[in-house]
Design a protein around this ligand. Structure first.
Ligand SMILES: Nc1nc2c(ncn2[C@@H]2O[C@H](COP(=O)(O)OP(=O)(O)OP(=O)(O)O)[C@@H](O)[C@H]2O)c(=O)[nH]1
Ligand SMILES: [Mg+2]
Length: 473
């Protein structure tokens, strides 16, 4: 089964390279605001698991199509020999600069590539496109017209009428914003162009669909592993018998917070790599890990926890008190000790176990002491991590490879995320409770991954409808 090849052609600056980047899922394609960004043909194979499904050839835009067309008309014979005229045109002009762009873009087509003709549906149709379409028609290759609406104006109808006379299939396809299912639909559409392409392109579409699900599962696993790493993270520093707590404690706390931030950023990079986004300039508010931040309603809301989520966390007071007793029995929790010693009530006790960083002092067998930070017992912290990861993963999974600007993850936009269902929360809580006791990290990661994958799938259903789309330019 041979993988089909398509040449993406058209006027300069109409989104040809953007189309290639999106359909080949390759962010190395050069896209630019000025006409003439692409000067030479370059092939971009779309591969899944090492198998090439199809190849897109990015080409320069037509520069002198009218004059080229005049040359061909002057050499016209009969319709059955039109392609020979095009071939002769390229032979004659190949080494001259006059028709460099035309020769360059016609070559892959003359070698058998299918034609994807890209126009901008937000500018009026005009006769200057006709010589291009005539030349393409003379090549005799299977072709489809793609109307890419770059701007807000709408000239789709006149484009459809004009293109319909030259191309059997005409589709509107937004190169930058196209959702995943639109890409696979389009591939199946290409399959209609030529009988031999139907099967390979059906196979390509099905492979991409499977691959998209596999990516979601891998991203979920990545987030679950990160969460487990964060929730079980523990560091220590050794000291003499009289530790200078006023200095050591804040140092250790800061190291602990920095470690958590690093783990989160590493997860972001890996999720982006899973989706083959290798050059994303990410702008994200840092994970605020001040003790006040994790208890402030505004922080929770900013990180996408709804009031309903908050109410659910509030209901965990009982469990948290149990954890406090654990902490106390388990050894000298500085804070727990202080709180219990002072006989302060349950709400403050909850605060104590809910701190992000708990520091304990251990007596070492050979003298001296160790200051231990973590694991964290803050009940909100894992949800903050999950919601930030959900939002980032959804944006990355929706992002086409034609978007090359920065990825801004603003706190406001988290509000568009759906709350976690109570069933999902219960499942999370069961795992977190075990992790807090230092048990079953491996099994916990697997259970978390399965639940997170379901959450991701729901996010795609509710958020994938365009609400979280990127600004178009
Ligand atoms: N908003 C928006 N911008 C687009 C779209 N398609 C292309 N652009 C922008 O239009 C400009 C040209 O896009 P390219 O993909 O480089 O166009 P091209 O046809 O390959 O251009 P040349 O290689 O110069 O012929 C870039 O600034 C793109 O970001 C689109 O669907 N929506
Ligand atoms: Mg280009």
């Amino acid at each position: 089964m041979e993988a089909p090849i398509f040449a993406v052609v058209g006027h300069p600056n109409k989104g040809k390279s953007s189309m290639v980047a999106t359909l080949a899922a390759d962010d190395s394609v050069r896209i630019g605001p000025e006409a003439g960004t692409t000067r030479h043909c370059r092939a971009y194979p779309m591969t899944v698991d090492g198998q090439v499904l199809y190849t897109l050839v990015d080409t320069p835009g037509f520069q002198r199509s009218r004059r080229a067309w005049e040359w061909m008309r002057a050499h016209e014979t009969t319709a059955d020999r039109h392609v020979d005229v095009v071939r002769a045109f390229v032979e004659v002009h190949r080494h001259q600069s006059l028709f460099a762009a035309e020769c360059e873009l016609l070559e892959p087509i003359l070698r058998g590539a299918g034609i994807l003709y890209v126009v901008d549906g937000s500018v009026p149709y005009g006769e200057e496109y006709e010589p291009e379409m005539e030349i393409l028609r003379w090549t005799g290759q299977p072709s489809m017209a793609l109307i890419n609406p770059i701007g807000p104006a709408d000239y789709l109808e006149s484009w459809r009428r004009a293109l319909g006379q030259y191309f059997k299939v005409v589709r509107v396809f937004n190169a930058v914003m196209a959702e995943f299912h639109k890409r696979t639909e389009l591939l199946r559409g290409f399959g209609q162009l030529k009988e031999e392409w139907r099967e390979p392109l059906e196979h390509a579409a099905a492979s991409l669909e499977r691959d998209q699900q596999a990516k979601r599962a891998r991203a979920a696993r990545e987030v679950a592993d990160t969460l487990v790493a964060m929730l079980t993270h523990r560091i220590e520093t050794r000291t003499g018998p009289e530790p200078r707590l006023a200095i050591l404690r804040p140092e250790l706390e800061e190291r602990f917070r920095a470690d958590l931030r690093r783990l989160e950023q590493r997860c972001r990079d890996r999720v982006e790599a899973i989706y083959a986004h290798r050059r994303v300039a990410r702008r994200e508010p840092t994970l605020e890990l001040g003790e006040e931040d994790l208890f402030a309603e505004r922080t929770w809301l900013a990180f996408g926890l709804s009031r309903r989520d908050l109410a659910a966390t509030g209901a965990m007071g009982g469990a948290a008190t149990g954890a406090l007793v654990d902490a106390h029995l388990g050894g000298a929790s500085l804070l727990a000790g202080a709180v219990l010693g002072a006989g302060i009530g349950a709400s403050l006790a909850w605060w104590a176990v809910g701190r992000l960083v708990t520091i304990r002092i251990l007596n070492l067998p050979l003298g001296g002491k160790a200051l231990v930070a973590g694991p964290t017992r803050n009940p909100n912290f894992p949800y903050v991590v999950i919601n930030r990861a959900r939002y980032h993963r959804l944006r990355i999974s929706l992002r086409t490879h034609a978007i090359q600007g920065e990825l801004a993850l603003t706190a406001d936009s988290h509000e568009t995320m759906e709350s976690l269902t109570s069933e999902v929360r219960r499942e999370f809580e069961a795992v977190f409770a075990k992790l807090r006791k230092g048990r079953e990290a491996v099994d916990g990661a697997l259970r978390l991954a399965a639940t997170i994958e379901r959450v991701f799938a729901d996010d795609e259903r509710s958020g994938g409808a365009g609400r979280l789309g990127e600004p178009s330019r």
